[in-house]
Design a protein around this ligand. Structure first.
Ligand SMILES: Nc1nc2c(ncn2[C@@H]2O[C@H](COP(=O)(O)OP(=O)(O)OP(=O)(O)O)[C@@H](O)[C@H]2O)c(=O)[nH]1
Ligand SMILES: [Mg+2]
Length: 491
């Protein structure tokens, strides 16, 4: 059986192509505020694992429905002869240049496509829409009306009773903001158009849900790799004599490598959801997208608070174990004095001063041939660093999930300040900081401890610690997906 075909039709500039882009997850569909953007019939097969589940057909908008209907009505016929009469219209006008948009959009419908009629519910209903709906009715094909909203006004109450006279199903669908769950809901509604559609659409829903789960699991893997790679990264360089510039350069390269690691992880996540363009490398650096990984305001808004960090370090035993020594610059702390000193150090903002890692000279014993002194930078010692990275990764993931493929504006990631300003709704919107600050104490401590183990054994991170990180990341990824409207259950 060939997959079902849906022709998306309506007046120019109502969001037909936008609906196709969102449903087909295709960011390349031509969309613009200019009426008449779509000039030709374009087929978009919706594939999962190379199997076409169904096909969407983009069409140009009605050009002169009133004249086309006038032609159709010029002969007196009974209702059963109407589909043939529409076919006669297409045959009479195709290739003449007259009523060419009508001919183009009717062709797939006459060939058996189901009709999806798109209107803009932010504009008032007018009698002249009745002509195009009447033509669609004459085709005899089952159809659904979708009320999209391009602006803020709501005229849907006037549209509904009119649409219900022509279409068996009438639904709202927001091309710009539809969630995964809403997309699935729409596919389920398509089943009502024709009894024969159920098996194909059930298969499509099942395939899409399975794909969503696989993507989510892949995101958890990519984020875990990001965290482990970032806290195990080291760079070494040899410098002759007392060469301060060499260490500065080494540190610069180190932090740039960390930014790169983050960029690559973001690209991987965006690509999984077929969002290549909007998260291109140069966009990541733009202030509008979000601030630099090592910017002070990023560290102020994300990761754990000083208090949380201290509690987590204490619970995980890291305070006595040397992590804090690294944080405060290598000074030695007696175990008894550690907590008191840590309170002062952490709340005094010492950890904030260690956003950037520093190069140190390796002992002579480690010197190889080639002369000069050997310097190393990394692993990044700040215990908050992986939490900051994790929060940024989850914010980015959230933005990817919420972005439909109909959007053509520049993508942004919601930083806590921006969310507080009410511009960007977000899954983590309930927390003042990022997602990691909202974790319970035991989880924060378990993560601090796992991060510390990985960092300490940076040359060969222990499997168990990595698995512990993965388990927490996976839970956070699932919660983010769930909150962003991917309500498909766990697993
Ligand atoms: N805010 C908002 N804008 C939308 C939405 N859907 C479409 N638009 C905008 O409306 C304009 C027209 O969208 P298209 O998808 O190109 O409309 P179309 O019906 O395919 O237009 P033609 O191909 O010209 O017939 C574009 O500027 C879209 O960005 C929506 O749900 N919300
Ligand atoms: Mg279009």
């Amino acid at each position: 059986m060939s997959p079902p075909v849906f022709a998306v039709v309506g007046r120019v500039n109502k969001g037909k192509s936008s609906i196709i882009a969102t449903l087909a997850e295709d960011a390349t569909v031509e969309i613009s505020p200019r009426p008449g953007t779509t000039r030709r019939l374009t087929r978009f097969p919706v594939k999962v694992d190379d199997a076409t589940q169904f096909e969407l057909v983009d069409t140009p908008g009605f050009e002169d429905a009133s004249r086309a209907l006038h032609w159709l009505r010029a002969e007196t016929i009974t209702a059963d002869a109407r589909p043939a009469r529409v076919r006669a219209l297409v045959e009479a006008f195709a290739g003449t240049g007259d009523l060419s948009d009508e001919c183009t959009l009717l062709e797939p419908i006459l060939a058996g496509a189901f009709v999806i009629y798109v209107v803009d519910g932010s504009q008032p209903f007018r009698a002249n829409y009745e002509d195009e709906m009447e033509i669609l009715r004459w085709t005899g094909r089952p159809g659904m009306a979708l009320i999209n909203r391009i602006a803020d006004d709501d005229h849907a109450p006037a549209w509904r009773p009119a649409l219900q006279q022509y279409f068996s199903v009438v639904r709202d669908f927001d091309a710009h903001a539809a969630t995964f769950a809403q997309r699935i809901g729409l596919l389920r509604a398509f089943r009502e158009l024709d009894a024969g559609l159920a098996p194909a659409l059930d298969r499509a829903v099942e395939a899409l849900v399975a794909q969503r789960r696989r993507r989510r699991a892949d995101v958890a893997d990519a984020m875990t790799d990001l965290l482990v790679d970032a806290i195990t990264l080291t760079l070494e360089a040899r410098a002759a004599g007392k060469d301060a510039l060499a260490t500065v350069e080494l540190e610069r390269r180190f932090h740039e490598a960390l930014r790169d690691t983050e960029r690559r992880a973001r690209a991987k996540v965006a690509t999984l959801y077929k969002h290549p363009g909007q998260w291109a490398d140069d966009d990541v650096g733009r202030p509008v997208f979000d601030a630099d990984l090592f910017a002070e305001q990023v560290w102020e808004g994300l990761g754990l608070s000083s208090g949380q960090l201290l509690v987590a370090l204490t619970l995980s035993g890291a305070v006595a174990g040397g992590t804090l020594d690294a944080m405060v610059g290598g000074a030695s702390w007696g175990t008894g004095a550690a907590i008191g000193a840590a309170v002062g150090a952490v709340s005094g903002g010492v950890h904030a001063a260690r956003r950037m890692a520093r190069a140190t000279r390796l002992r002579d014993a480690l010197r190889g041939k080639g002369g000069g002194k050997l310097y190393r930078v990394g692993p990044h010692q700040n215990p908050n660093f992986p939490f900051v990275l994790l929060d940024r990764a989850l914010l980015h993931y959230d933005a990817v999930l919420r972005r439909t493929h109909a959007r053509r504006d520049l993508a942004t990631v919601a930083t806590p300040e921006r969310r507080a300003g009410g511009h960007e709704p977000s899954a983590q919107g309930t927390s003042e900081r990022g997602a990691s600050a909202a974790l319970d104490r035991a989880t924060r401590a378990a993560l601090v401890s796992a991060f510390a183990k990985v960092r300490k054994n940076f040359e060969d991170p222990p499997r168990q610690a990595r698995d512990a990180i993965h388990a927490q990341v996976r839970a956070l990824v699932e919660a983010t997906d769930h909150a962003a409207g991917g309500e498909i259950g766990r697993g």
